[in-house]
Structure formats: structure tokens, C-alpha cells
Design a protein around this ligand. Structure first.
Ligand code: SAM
Ligand code: SF4
Length: 497
């Protein structure tokens, strides 16, 4: 039974026809539990030659089958794992070069009608203060993120609630895009708004598509139906496994072709989750003609008054978490891999060379926390507690020292290089060329507008190497590119290839 003050709103959220049309008649779906359990039951370790064959397939940017991924999961030999780790880094380099894309999460509300047992924002948690930000507060948050910190990309996160329904989401996206703040030399502004929200109907998703939405993320949380039912009470919207499972089909039909999926690690057996997610990837490739733009790896974190999060049944160790990242990198070579500040700085350092492509920084998941200048996390304002609370400047400096250029590029989506187009470019390695140019230009912008002198020194040294590389490797574009770079250095902004 649903016990809430808005039962009618809740009843109307799920449109059964917008689930059924994507699934086989007769009640099945595309997560083949039986096959996955059979693969997990196999014990034979693959030979070194076979592992290298699968690595070669990943390096050719081809998606692995379920059986192939299961074979890699069965590798025990540490020497072969070293080869797989190196290959994960090489795949990332081939597809994405040495770029790391950065962003910040922006939580606009803490009201939610669902009751997910692991989440601090669940409706039955009395320890969280509830609010949904009005547009002037959305503006203030954006000004802090774009003006003080210099972020260019956000993942905006919403609870599922009538006060933060599709009209609110659309209005807030438009508000974020409208903010422009003077910076040291140029202008601070958010150029790409990604959204993490509950699954929506096709008509609603069309509205978001019309607002210039970047990537639309919905995490399945767990693909294990029994674990799913245990933590998402029946009668809540989120309790409907298949409404969530078909979220990306509806997004695609609404015209949104940059979509992100993920697993919340800690709810079920991670091996099952990874194989089931791979089945989801195959289904997206079949239905959409492209797989997911990004894969996310949230690991359960403590949250205020949330005992479940401390004692989750499928808790994933650091070593297994590393295996997950390596296996995902090899299994879906073209996808962006997002590693959030839920993880500690040490863990983020460890995983960076293994194929991660996006990391947030200076993150705060408290509602209204950026504008307040709230340095410390406050449990009663947020969904869970973060592991890495370092600032953007410090992160960028560390990544630059590790040889990674931070990209603030948002050109792809503004030039129509999204969906199948960008996937084909990524697969062929051609997108890397555009992205390298735009990474250099946006990194220069950020250094000039926001970096501390220490980070500027480290960043300029890296930029010099990057410029030399473009001159030698892409002589055809060098004249136009070096001219654009000079214009950016002279103070022009938002120029891209
Ligand atoms: N409310 C929407 C939903 O659930 O789909 C929007 C996203 S929710 C605010 C963002 C994500 O945070 C969830 O999909 C879940 O994976 C993750 N999450 C929830 N509780 C968490 C916790 N205790 N630790 C880490 N991640 C958590
Ligand atoms: Fe609500 Fe999302 Fe938290 Fe579940 S995970 S309680 S849907 S905010």
C-alpha cells in the first residue's frame, strides 16, 4: 500500500504500455538470469592465450559477449591480471587518450516519494531536512559552481517527487544554462547539464530533450530481482523493476541518445551485476544502435540514519572494486567510465590508470551547499557521505602530474556529435582527435580563469607537451588550431572544433 500525501501522482507515474512495448510478449525481459547463473557456475580458468585473445578484442573496441566477460572473471593468475590492468589503461588511451573529463553533482532536492533502504533521502528517514530549491537558489548554486570553482559540466540530481517533476527539471536545466558569471579573464558558465533522475515517460523525456539535456542517467541499482525487491518496497514507484529497466528505451524513443547506466555496488553479487549490466549493454546496442554513453560505479556509502548502508549484503572490497573497473573497461571499450567522489582520494588514484574517463571534484551532495560555501558535509542535508572532498584545483593538479589533461570540452553535444555519431567516432579512434584539441583549448581557458599559481605551473607544462603532440601528429589542423589557441590565450572564450 502506498502511504503518502500524493497517491494520485504516484499512481500515474508508470505507464505499463511504455514497459511492455520493449519487452518480449509473455513477461520475460532481456536480463537472462538463467544464463548468467550458468556462466557463474563454470569454474575452468581460461588459458593465457585465450585471455590475450579477449584483450585483443577489447583493444579492437569490440563489446565482449557474456561468455567472454565471464571467462575474464575466472582469471586467477596475478600475472594475467597485470596484463588485463595494462590493457584496460591501453583501451582507455586508444579511445579517450589521456583526457579526464570533470564535472560536479548538483542536488536540487531532498524530497522523495520512494523508500530505497540504502538512501538517506528515502521518505521514511526522519533525519533528513526536506526541501526543493527555488529557481533563485538554483541560480545561486550554479553561480558558485561556474563562477567560484570554474566547473563547466554538471550532473543534476533529483529525488522523485511531485515538487521536482519534469516541469521543475526542465525549468532548472534552463536556469542553469542561463547563468553567466565573470571570471578572472573570461566567463564562468555551465555548458553541459547531465541529469540523474528517476525513469520517466516518453512525453516527459521529450521535454527534457528540448531543454538541451546532455546525458540522461538512470542506474538500475541491482539487476538481481530478489535483491531489488528487498531494498525497493513493493508499492513504491521504484519498486517496479521493469519500469527502471526500460528507462533507456524510452529515452532513446524520446530522442535522447546519450544515456548512462550503472550499478549501485553493495546490493547484490558484483559478478552477477557486471554480467547483467553487460546484457543491458547488448540490449541497448540492439535497440538503440548504440550502447551506453557512460557506465557508473557508485559503491554504497554511509548515509545519515541508514543502517542498511553500513551492513550491506554485497559489500565490495577495494580489490574487487578494482576488478570491476578493469572488467567493465575491457567489456565495453567505448563507454565512458565515471568514478565519483564517493571513493577516497587513494582509491581514485588507484583506479585512474585503469580506464576511468570521468571524475567529479569539489563535490558536495548537500542540497544548497555550494552557495552556502559549506565546506563540511552535513548528513541531514544529503543522500550519503563523500569519500573525496578535495577541491577542483587540487584534483586537476594531481591529474596533470599523473599525465592526464582535464577536459572541460562540451563541444561534442553542441556540434551534434552525440549518440551513434559519437560512438562510431570513439570506436574508430577519430573522436580522440577532436577531443584532444578541445581538451587543450578548454584546459587553457580554465587555467587562465581559475587555477592557483601552483596548478597553473603544472598545467602549463602539460599543455606545452600537448601542443607539441598536436603539431607533430595532426599537422593538417595545426595552423587553425594554433590560431584558436592564441585567441583563447588572449581572452576569447568557448571556441571549439
Ligand atoms: N532519485 C533518483 C533515482 O533514484 O533514480 C535519482 C538518483 S539518486 C538521487 C542517485 C543515485 O545515488 C542512485 O541511483 C543510487 O545509485 C545512488 N545512491 C543512493 N544511495 C546511496 C548511498 N547510500 N551510497 C552511494 N550511492 C547511493
Ligand atoms: Fe529517492 Fe533516489 Fe534516494 Fe531512492 S535513491 S530514495 S528514489 S532519491
Amino acid at each position: 500500500m502506498i502511504t503518502t500525501d500524493r497517491p494520485q501522482w504516484i499512481q500515474q507515474r508508470i505507464v505499463q504500455d511504455e514497459i511492455d512495448r520493449y519487452l518480449p510478449a509473455g513477461g520475460g525481459d532481456f536480463i537472462p538470469d538463467g544464463e548468467i547463473f550458468r556462466l557463474l557456475g563454470e569454474t575452468g580458468e581460461p588459458s593465457a592465450a585465450r585471455v590475450r585473445e579477449l584483450i585483443a578484442k577489447a583493444l579492437a573496441v569490440e563489446t565482449l559477449t557474456l561468455a567472454e566477460l565471464a571467462e575474464l572473471m575466472r582469471v586467477r593468475d596475478e600475472g594475467l591480471w597485470d596484463e588485463m590492468r595494462a590493457a584496460a589503461g591501453a583501451v582507455k588511451h586508444k579511445v579517450y587518450d589521456n583526457r579526464i573529463v570533470t564535472f560536479a553533482p548538483l542536488y536540487l532536492g531532498s524530497k522523495c516519494v520512494n523508500d530505497c533502504e540504502y538512501c538517506g533521502l528515502r521518505r521514511s528517514n526522519p533525519a533528513v531536512a526536506r526541501r526543493v530549491l527555488a529557481m533563485d537558489a538554483v541560480r545561486a548554486e550554479t553561480e558558485a559552481l561556474a563562477g567560484r570553482l570554474g566547473h563547466k559540466r554538471l550532473i543534476v540530481v533529483y529525488g522523485e517527487h511531485p515538487e521536482s517533476g519534469v516541469d521543475y527539471i526542465a525549468e532548472s536545466i534552463r536556469e542553469v544554462y542561463s547563468v553567466k558569471v565573470p571570471a578572472r579573464r573570461g566567463v564562468g558558465q555551465i555548458r553541459r547539464v547531465n541529469v540523474n533522475a528517476a525513469p520517466m515517460r516518453i512525453d516527459e523525456l521529450k521535454i527534457l530533450h528540448g531543454c538541451g539535456l546532455g546525458t540522461f542517467q538512470v542506474f538500475q541499482e541491482t539487476y538481481d530481482r530478489r535483491a531489488y525487491a528487498r531494498v525497493h518496497p513493493a508499492g513504491t514507484i521504484k519498486g517496479d523493476f521493469r519500469w527502471r529497466l526500460t528507462a533507456m528505451h524510452r529515452a532513446q524513443d524520446a530522442g535522447i541518445d546519450d544515456n548512462g547506466i550503472g550499478v549501485l555496488y553493495g546490493l547484490g553479487d558484483w559478478r552477477f551485476e557486471l554480467l547483467a549490466q553487460q546484457a543491458h549493454v547488448h540490449e541497448m546496442e540492439r535497440f538503440c544502435g548504440i550502447g551506453p554513453h557512460t557506465l557508473s560505479f557508485p559503491r554504497l556509502e554511509p548515509a545519515v540514519n541508514t543502517p542498511f548502508a553500513e551492513a550491506a549484503p554485497g559489500r565490495v572490497s577495494d580489490d574487487d572494486f578494482e576488478r570491476i573497473v578493469v572488467l567493465a573497461r575491457l567489456a565495453v571499450p567505448y563507454a565512458g567510465l565515471i568514478l565519483t567522489a564517493r571513493e577516497s582520494p587513494a582509491m581514485r588514484r588507484r583506479l585512474l590508470p585503469l580506464g576511468v574517463t570521468q571524475m567529479d571534484a569539489a563535490s558536495n551532495v548537500g542540497v544548497g551547499a555550494y552557495a552556502d560555501g559549506q565546506e563540511k558535509q552535513q548528513g541531514d542535508r544529503q543522500q550519503f557521505l563523500l569519500g573525496d572532498s578535495r577541491g577542483l584545483d587540487e584534483c586537476i593538479r594531481e591529474w596533470a602530474r599523473a599525465g592526464c589533461i582535464t577536459s572541460f570540452c562540451t563541444a561534442g553535444y553542441r556540434c551534434g556529435r552525440t549518440g551513434k555519431c559519437i560512438m562510431d567516432l570513439l570506436r574508430s579512434g577519430a573522436e580522440g582527435k577532436f577531443c584532444k584539441l578541445n581538451a587543450v583549448l578548454t584546459f587553457k581557458e580554465w587555467l587562465d580563469d581559475f587555477a592557483t599559481p601552483e596548478t597553473q605551473a603544472v598545467g602549463e607544462a602539460l599543455l606545452q607537451q600537448e601542443l607539441d603532440e598536436v603539431r607533430v601528429r595532426q599537422p593538417g589542423v595545426w595552423p587553425a588550431f594554433s590560431d584558436t589557441f592564441r585567441r583563447i590565450a588572449a581572452g576569447e572564450r568557448d571556441l571549439y572544433f
